[in-house]
Design a protein around this ligand. Structure first.
Ligand code: GDP
Length: 425
């Protein structure tokens, strides 16, 4: 079985928690896009873990974890993340962690470039997480990036490539931004220090995955960020720099020849969004503060308070379509338990026109939300474990969401712990 687990919204849907739960039935978990610019939070009996780069299966001792070619890898950050988990007693070896030799390396100058550009943009900034993700994906497509596999090549070859890239990059850093030039010696020392540690984990993960698939292993593809941050289908230019959607999973994982058997979309019971960009369903003031507190909506990677809003029908229906989801896992339903009436953004309005489909461009940037309210349940549901335990209003809300996004809601998460979920009949 090849299953993709992806986000329907803007990210932070609770993908990490669902991958942690569902990975029980999988032999391999693969990250296929993005870098360490977002975080998954996983709470289980071993503690609370924030994973930026490592696949969530790393917390299960019998799961092999792969960082695919579609990912961009900050090797210093990766080493830090590995060490933190090891300190917590998690065993990480080349047997349960494999890094694609085709994955691209995020260098310190990518992070610098990210910061310099946000600084230059000042008030018009994008709200980048400043982890160098945009610049490194840019370099990948300019064919000026280093790949993990090059760490295994001869030092002479790697030095020559690095020299050429730095010469090119300094045209921008030194002559463009007017900053101090990147020094070859610093970058070489950096590659040696961290590259030597990650070397043992690097291999041809595409062939590994193909073999595993032939042996009948179950493979899960884990996305970071949601459909609305996809570089093609998201809220461009306020998107991430990679393809976050399920159809890209086999490509970013290294198995473009394989077809997904299943696509599970993780959808939040309300809306949140980190950073800048259009977020039509956004609510403000007291109502927003209450929801942010109830859902503990602060960025896992950055600690930034998230913007919040009611469930967005247009954006979620579009997200389900972009992901091609077969089933949905609805998360954080318990967060809404304090609400007498639950706000739902059912349409957008733009210059008097009511929009039913998720728009782009000016329509998206200037749209106003049309809100309706659903009846709340005003009861703690975090101990519910079956549909029979849920208040009628909660079941009605789930059925309503299922109806408007036109996809079966198979799982409902009612808390962050591993066992706080319901399988819907
Ligand atoms: P991800 O990037 O999609 O994995 O999402 P984050 O890790 O940024 O955000 C999910 C947060 O919500 C984490 O702190 C989880 O522990 C928590 N969480 C996940 N599912 C639920 C749920 O059903 N209820 C509650 N209350 N918290 C949840």
């Amino acid at each position: 079985m090849l299953t993709a687990i992806t986000g329907i919204n803007w990210g932070d849907e609770g993908k990490g928690r669902m991958v942690d739960l569902l990975s029980e039935n999988y032999d391999i978990v693969v990250r296929y896009q993005g870098g360490n610019n977002a975080g998954h939070t996983v709470v289980n009996e071993r503690g609370k873990f924030i994973l930026n780069l490592l696949p969530s299966g790393i917390l299960r001792s019998d799961v092999v974890n792969i960082i695919g070619n579609g990912v961009v890898v900050d090797i210093k950050h990766l080493v830090g993340e590995i060490n933190k988990l090891r300190d917590a007693g998690i065993v990480i070896t080349p047997d349960n962690l494999k890094l694609s030799d085709r994955a691209v390396i995020v260098m310190p100058y990518h992070v610098d470039q990210d910061c310099l550009e946000e600084e230059r943009l000042a008030d018009a900034k994008f709200g980048s997480t400043k982890r160098g993700i945009g610049p490194v994906y840019g370099d990948k497509y300019m064919k000026k990036a280093l790949r993990l596999g090059e760490l295994l090549d001869s030092e002479e070859d790697l030095k020559e490539r690095l020299r050429g890239i730095i010469e090119w990059k300094n045209l921008l850093i030194e002559r463009g931004y007017g900053k101090e030039a990147i020094k070859f010696d610093d970058m070489w020392a950096y590659l040696k220090e961290y590259g030597d540690i990650v070397k043992d984990f690097i291999c041809d993960t595409g062939h590994y995955l193909n073999r595993a698939n032939r042996e009948g292993k179950n493979i899960m593809f884990e996305a970071q960020l949601g459909a609305l941050r996809d570089i093609d289908f998201g809220i461009y230019p306020f998107t991430s720099s990679s393809s976050t959607i399920a159809p890209y999973a086999p490509i970013g994982a290294g198995v473009p020849n394989l077809r997904l058997t299943n696509s599970v979309g993780i959808m939040k019971a309300y809306s949140t969004c980190v950073g800048e960009g259009p977020f039509t369903a956004e609510i403000f003031g007291d109502e927003a503060d209450k929801l942010r507190e109830a859902g503990n909506e602060y960025g896992a990677a950055t600690g930034r308070p998230r913007r919040v809003g009611g469930f967005d029908v247009l954006a979620s229906r579009y997200g389900v379509m972009a992901q091609g989801s077969d089933q949905i896992a609805l998360t954080k339903l318990d967060v809404l338990s304090y609400m007498k009436e639950i706000p739902v953004c059912v349409a957008y309005k733009f210059e008097g026109e009511v929009l039913d489909d998720f728009p782009i461009g000016e329509k998206l940037f200037k749209a106003q939300p049309v809100y309706e309210y659903r009846k709340g349940w005003m009861k703690d549901i975090s101990n519910c474990r079956s549909i029979e335990d849920l208040p009628k209003e909660a079941v009605d809300y789930i059925k309503y969401l299922e109806d408007v996004v036109d996809c079966k809601i198979k799982y409902v998460s009612v808390g962050p712990e591993r066992d706080q979920y319901i399988v819907m009949p």
